[in-house]
Every structure is written in C-alpha cells, then in structure tokens.
Design a protein around this ligand. Structure first.
Ligand code: N2P
Length: 366
C-alpha cells in the first residue's frame, strides 16, 4: 500500500472518530434551579459562548427536587439541592462524581467554605457551592408599625412565634416558607432547643407550637412572597435573605411607596448553601461541567450575587460584589450574629419522617 495514501487515510479516520466522540453529547443542557436565583444574562452569555442550548426550569422546594431525584430519570443535567439535602441524597447515589479536570475555576473558590461543605460531601467530590443565604423575617416597615405600634421590633422570632403577635400581624398578611426543615430549625431555636435535634419529641413540641399559629398564617409558599411583599399584599414573611431583598428592590423600582426590610432575628438562624450537582443519569454531563465552570468565573458569579442578593462562595469574586451587598450585615452577617448562626445537619430518616408528618399537621391545621 502506498504510504502517501495510507497516512492521510488514517488521519481522516482519526478526525472522523474524534468528531464522533464530540458529537456524542448533543449541544443541550437541562438545568433545574431555584426560582429567582440567577442573573438576567447568565444563561444567554453561556449559550452564546458555547453554542450549548440551555433548557432552564425552576423549583422552590427541596422536597420537590428530592422526590424527582429519588424517582430517577429526571431528564436534568444540573440540579441545585441545599447542602443538607445533598448529604442524604448522596447516600442514595443520585449524583455523579465531578470530573475536576474539567473544572479549572475551582481555584477561585473560598477554601474555608469548601472545607465546611465537606461535612456533607467528602472531598467536595460531587458538588460545588452556588449561592447561600439565611432564613429570616421580611416585613413591610409601615404596615407592621401601623398594626403593632411604632416601637414594635421585628428582630426576634418572638414577633412571629408568639401567637399574640402573629394574630395582629395576620391583619396585613403573613406568609410562611413551605419548607419544613427551615421552619423546624428556627422554631427549635426559638424554643431554646437544639435546631438539629435528633429527638422526635422536640419536633412534636415545635409542631404543636406552630399548629397554634395556623389561623394567623395567610399562606405557605416559598416564592410567591417576593412579589406579595413588594406589592404590599402581605406585610410579613418568614423568607430567605436574597428573596426578601429582591422584594425590597422590586418595591423600590416600582416606586410604590412600599418599604421592605430583611432581618435575621437576634436569637440566630439557619445559614444554607445550595449546591451545583449532576444527577447520575444525566445525558449531558460534559455540558453541565462546562456550565459549572462558567458559573465559577468571578465576573459571572459576582453579577449573579449582585442581581439576586445571595452570597457566593467564590473568593476571587469578592472585590466584584456591590458594596451595598457585601456590607449588608444580614447577607454577610455581623460578627455579633455569627456565633448564633447554624447550618442544618443530615438528620436520621426517622426524624425526617416525623418532620414530614408534623408539617402536614401544621399546614392542615390539625
Ligand atoms: C431562591 C431561594 C433559594 C434558597 N429563590 C433556598 N435554599
């Protein structure tokens, strides 16, 4: 065989093979993220740069995400569970280990936060922190003053969990997160119990305490309160930091005279991180890795933080975060509050079942 012919032929074969490998992953990425949790141009920027089409879907509940993950075949390539949920989902094998050779931007991440998260995901093998925040109280300053009097303070869980207070606040509308674990941890803290208690009785007591509040809770929902606070349709929400601040921003932009504030109660509260992960049966893991790496670019994640008011875990982005957000003691909270903040642990399954049962009772007022 003539060598001059054979070589180009092999070269061509090589080319055909390598483009076949590349083409094996379609240029599509299915993302399932929390609602109100990304900047306006994040996805468009990634699509433009990579030619990968992103199909973007949202949720507002860890329970909803978990049910899908445990059922399998979600069709998603990238999902964002909170770290404590991730901890127990890992035990069910629902995530694939991340190929870190595809994630050079890991170098930008804050080593202290990465270390802390290893408690949930050893070696950070399956997840990268996306954004984090706190659970606290969002309120309409003027409406609360009108109902409670000008000296009433909202910086305590007693404002909510004391039925005498909530009965009055109910007049201008009260929303609770539909998030059992978040509500139980803060209720336990208010009651002076361990927010990560593994004693079923603590959850029964907290459940009984919250059931008495049911008549004064306008609704349970984990995303609707943003617009309702912004429009003045409700005056109080147990909500997440960035979402309440987005409500305040929306009211300000609408110039509607509504003044919303966010506060972490002085008894302390829960701090969370939501984690970028790839389901084990994802069809487009390479595209998911490319998106995760893109989200770890300092300028990309800083823009997201500036837009949604949730903190990121990207050290290299610190200088790019708006001062207004960096200096907000309720987002990157004050030294005084720090020792009172806690994060949720992975609880034994029998406790999770008690929480689910108690939560149903609270919601149905039984
Ligand atoms: C975004 C809410 C994310 C915080 N709207 C819940 N972990």
């Amino acid at each position: 065989m003539d060598k001059r012919l054979a070589l180009p032929a092999f070269g061509l074969l090589g080319l055909v093979l390598s483009s076949a490998t590349l083409a094996s992953e379609e240029k599509v990425l299915h993302v399932y993220n929390w609602s109100d949790y990304i900047a306006e141009d994040t996805v468009a920027g990634f699509e433009k740069e990579t030619g990968i089409r992103v199909i973007y879907d949202v949720f507002d509940s860890n329970e909803v995400l978990e049910a899908k993950l445990l059922a399998g075949h979600t069709g998603f390539d990238l999902v964002v569970p909170s770290s404590d949920y991730l901890g127990r989902q890992l035990q069910a094998g629902v995530f694939m280990p991340l190929d870190k050779s595809k994630l050079p931007n890991l170098k930008n991440m804050d080593p202290v936060i990465m270390k802390m998260l290893q408690e949930k995901d050893p070696d950070n093998a399956h997840s990268v922190p996306y954004l984090g925040g706190t659970t606290g109280i969002g309120y309409n300053v003027d409406k609360v003053a009108a109902v409670m009097g000008p000296d009433f303070k909202m910086n305590t869980w007693d404002a909510i969990f004391n039925p005498a207070n909530l009965a009055k606040l109910h007049k201008c509308g009260v929303a609770f997160l539909d998030s059992p674990t978040d509500l139980f941890t803060v209720a336990l803290r208010y009651m002076g119990r361990d927010p990560n208690s593994t004693n079923a009785q603590d959850y029964k007591d907290a459940g009984a305490m919250m059931s008495k509040l049911r008549p004064y809770i306008t609704y349970f929902n984990s995303s609707q309160y943003i617009n309702d606070l912004a429009n003045g349709d409700i005056c109080v929400a147990i909500g997440w930091s960035g979402d309440v601040i987005q409500a305040a921003d929306r009211a300000e932009e609408a110039n509607n005279g509504v003044h919303v504030e966010y506060v972490v109660p002085k008894e302390g509260s829960d701090v969370f991180y939501d984690m970028l992960t790839i389901p084990s049966d994802a069809k487009h893991p390479e595209n998911a890795l490319a998106f995760i790496n893109y989200l770890m670019r300092p300028e990309v994640i800083a823009k997201i933080t500036n837009y949604v008011s949730y903190a990121n875990a990207n050290q290299a982005a610190n200088g790019m975060v708006d001062e207004e957000i960096r200096d907000n003691p309720n987002i990157y909270f004050s030294d005084e509050l720090k020792p009172k903040m806690f994060s949720q642990k992975v609880l034994p399954q029998k406790i999770t079942r008690v929480i689910t049962r108690e939560w149903t009772k609270i919601m149905t007022g039984k």
